[in-house]
Design a protein around this ligand. Structure first.
Ligand code: PEP
Ligand code: MN
Length: 338
């Protein structure tokens, strides 16, 4: 933290600021320039309530220097983190896994059909929601535990790792029994009790960015999981709310290099929620791989016209197969593999 004093701040005001800094257990270092005096705060100030300094006499502004997310920050770990979901699906390394499957688990037939087909197309993990966060209370809410059992059975047959959403802290233990990776949805990204509960269990966690959260808030959400001792955290951008309505959400791919700049955690792109339209999904997948994404999560349905949720944005297994073939060419151009 750096405290910038107002022009003409008196020595008494500068001493007062230095005293507050010492009172909160940190060291002060006064630097007098030709026009302004600044007081540098020495020590890790992230756990201190530095905003009190904004109120001190003679202070113009307080500037934070350290990222408020300590464990998620790039400085914490110079090398990229890799997170393995099992079944050969590793995020953050050279390969760019494709996690594919339906928005929702709908039936045994649907899950097995889609699992076999996405596996044949080259996906290494299976997605599918058993607990669905729905805007409307009368909409299909998911199959619950029965859906989790179907996902686990599909893993048995195909070897695909299972990624599925957990909605509440009380359901974490149940989902952990069946899943290889817990998904925290956009609507729950700041459900701090859920984040803590996911941080206390051992499975990898894919946390989607809240639809109205800044990158800085997002990384602090990821920090909640890391701070509880779970290092297996995967970031997932799924688009944010903007005024633009040609897509369901606005999928800003510049977050991929930006998150890599700020953090060592792997970054996955979800172009299905990100765009809302199946016709846009393949191009956004290709763009995501080109700009360095560490993985893709894509909604695939064998019969999108009859999907119970998110049919408009679900691609078919045939499209996925063509898509993965083209992703392989793009990946090799940017020194990655699909
Ligand atoms: C989903 O993956 O189907 C989903 C509900 O995602 P999000 O939380 O990003 O909307
Ligand atoms: Mn969906």
């Amino acid at each position: 933290m750096i405290v910038v004093m107002k022009p003409g701040a008196t020595q008494a005001q500068i001493d007062g600021v230095a005293q507050i800094i010492r009172d909160i257990g940190l060291k002060d270092h006064v630097i007098k320039g030709t026009d302004l005096t600044v007081v540098a705060v020495i020590g890790d100030d992230r756990k201190k309530e530095g905003s009190v300094l904004e109120q001190a006499d003679g202070v113009d502004r307080v500037m934070k220097i350290l990222a408020p997310y300590k464990m998620a920050a790039r400085e914490a770990r110079p090398q990229r983190s890799t997170v393995s979901l099992g079944g050969g699906c590793v995020l953050g390394g050279k390969s760019v896994p494709v996690i594919a499957g339906p928005c929702s688990v709908e039936s045994e037939e649907q899950v097995f059909d889609v699992a076999r087909k996405v596996k044949a197309a080259g996906a290494t993990a299976l997605r599918g929601g058993a607990f669905k966060p729905r805007t409307n209370p009368y909409s299909f809410q998911g199959m619950g535990e029965a859906g989790l059992k179907l996902l686990a059975a599909a893993r048995e047959e195909t070897g695909l790792a299972v990624v599925t959403e957990v909605l509440t802290p009380t359901e974490v233990d149940l989902v952990v029994e069946y899943a290889d990776c817990l998904q925290i949805g956009t609507r729950n990204c700041q459900n701090f009790k859920l984040l803590e509960a996911c941080g206390k269990q051992p499975k990898p966690v894919m946390i989607k960015r809240g639809m109205s959260m800044t990158i800085e808030e997002y990384l602090q959400a990821a920090e909640y999981i890391l701070a509880e001792g779970n290092e297996k955290v995967i970031l997932c951008e799924r688009g944010i709310r903007t005024f633009e309505d040609h897509t369901r959400n606005t999928l800003s791919l510049s977050v991929v290099p930006e998150l890599h700049h700020r953090s060592h955690l792997p970054v996955v792109i979800d172009p299905s929620q990100g765009t809302g339209y199946a016709r846009l999904v393949p191009d956004m997948c290709r763009a995501a791989v080109a700009c360095g994404a560490d993985g893709l999560i894509v909604e695939v349905h064998p019969d999108p016209q009859h999907a119970l949720t998110d049919g408009a944005q679900s691609i078919t297994p045939e499209t996925l197969e063509e898509l993965i073939a083209s992703l392989r060419r793009i990946a090799s151009a940017v020194d990655r593999e699909v």
